[in-house]
Design a protein around this ligand. Structure first.
Ligand code: CDM
Ligand code: ATP
Length: 302
């Protein structure tokens, strides 16, 4: 390969994976005076994802395709474009990029698809534009884009506190699998927090996630600990979106399901399984019974 061909090959297409964010436990500790809620949440990133790719361009553009593309606008409001603009503003970079997003994660569904896309865009464009940024500087750009975006920059098991920005990385999770199910209901996060009904200044440290080494022996050990935890947004989400009851019932009825719960502000629910084969079998059964639902199975991490 001559020098020119080498350069062309190096310019090639960059890709990034934007994994779903799963709140295994989500405790609401209190409500702040600015209206936001302080959380204590343990988060995993199963191998279910959107995909982003980009190539150099003089302008910034976005094309969206994939099963959930129709639910999204590809304009300035898209979190991918907002992330790119925030990165340019923070660094003074004037480069462009032609970005493609394959949207496989349901929108406004509690698994942080938009946040994962924003975080993946930040990681990808940092490489494309050869920006030399410390992790802390990238987190500072991610924060204003959404409470979940700094978590999604890590995309590895973590515990997050405060509004989600106070992040502690966790040891690797045990081998386990999950089934994710959404009835295709869209739930707006602010409405779910509002329905929780906490007053500004209401705060109780006793609501935090129970102490643990966060190094579980196996899937059963993880599920036993999860039984002692909750998703505090599950009751208000169920009130706003009654189809969640049917989704949880379907997951709980599956052989091998160790625990079923809502993720984030919903409406996506998950069940934990010890074995990927069992999870795949359960997903196929649910998809067969309810073809209109979105159903996926995947390793819990890795
Ligand atoms: C429910 C979670 O997904 C759990 O991981 C997040 O806390 C929400 O993350 P997100 O969707 O990225 O949230 P943002 O877009 O920053 O906030 C949307 C709205 O949710 C409410 N909100 C969000 C986060 C938080 N800790 N307290 C809140 O009260 C606020 O009304 C806020 O205006
Ligand atoms: N690339 C994107 N993907 C998904 N949603 C996006 C995107 N860009 C902007 N949005 C908007 O962001 C909002 C939240 O979408 P998202 O799918 O992240 O919600 P969510 O899964 O409920 O998030 P969370 O779990 O963080 O509360 C939606 O109203 C959507 O219109």
């Amino acid at each position: 390969m001559n020098a020119t061909m080498d350069a062309v090959a190096n310019i090639g297409l960059l890709t990034e994976t934007a994994r779903a964010k799963l709140n295994l436990a989500l405790h609401v500790v209190g409500r702040r005076h600015d209206g936001y809620h302080d959380l204590d949440t343990v988060v995993a990133f199963p191998t279910v994802s959107d995909t982003l790719s980009a190539e150099p361009s003089r302008t910034l553009s976005l094309e969206v395709e994939g099963p959930f593309a129709a639910a999204l606008d590809a304009g300035a409001d898209n979190l991918v474009i907002r992330a790119a603009e925030a990165l340019r503003a923070a660094t003074g970079c004037r480069e462009g990029a032609a970005i493609r997003l394959v949207k496989r994660l349901p929108v406004a569904s509690g698994i942080g698809g938009g946040s994962a896309d924003a975080a993946a865009a930040l990681r990808m464009l940092t490489r494309l534009w050869n920006l030399d940024l410390e992790d802390e500087a990238l987190s500072a750009i991610a924060g204003p884009l959404g409470a979940d975006v700094p978590m999604c920059l890590h995309s590895e098991p973590l515990r997050a506190r405060g509004t989600g920005h106070d992040i502690e990385r966790l040891p690797a999770l045990p081998d386990a699998a999950v089934v994710l199910v959404n009835s295709r209901a869209m739930l707006a996060t602010p409405a779910v927090f509002r329905t929780l009904g906490l007053a500004a200044g209401d705060r109780d440290e006793a609501r935090a996630v129970p102490d643990h080494s966060f190094a579980w022996r196996d899937a059963a050990d993880l599920a036993a600990w999860l039984m002692e935890t909750r998703n505090d947004l599950e009751p208000p989400a169920r009130r706003l979106e009654p189809s969640i009851d049917g989704v949880l019932a379907a997951l709980n009825a599956m052989p091998g399901a160790l625990l079923a719960r809502l993720s984030g502000s919903g409406a996506t629910c998950f069940a934990v399984f010890a074995d990927l084969g069992e999870a795949r079998h359960a997903a196929a059964k649910i998809a067969d019974a309810r073809p209109e639902w979105w159903v996926e199975s995947a390793p819990l991490s890795g």
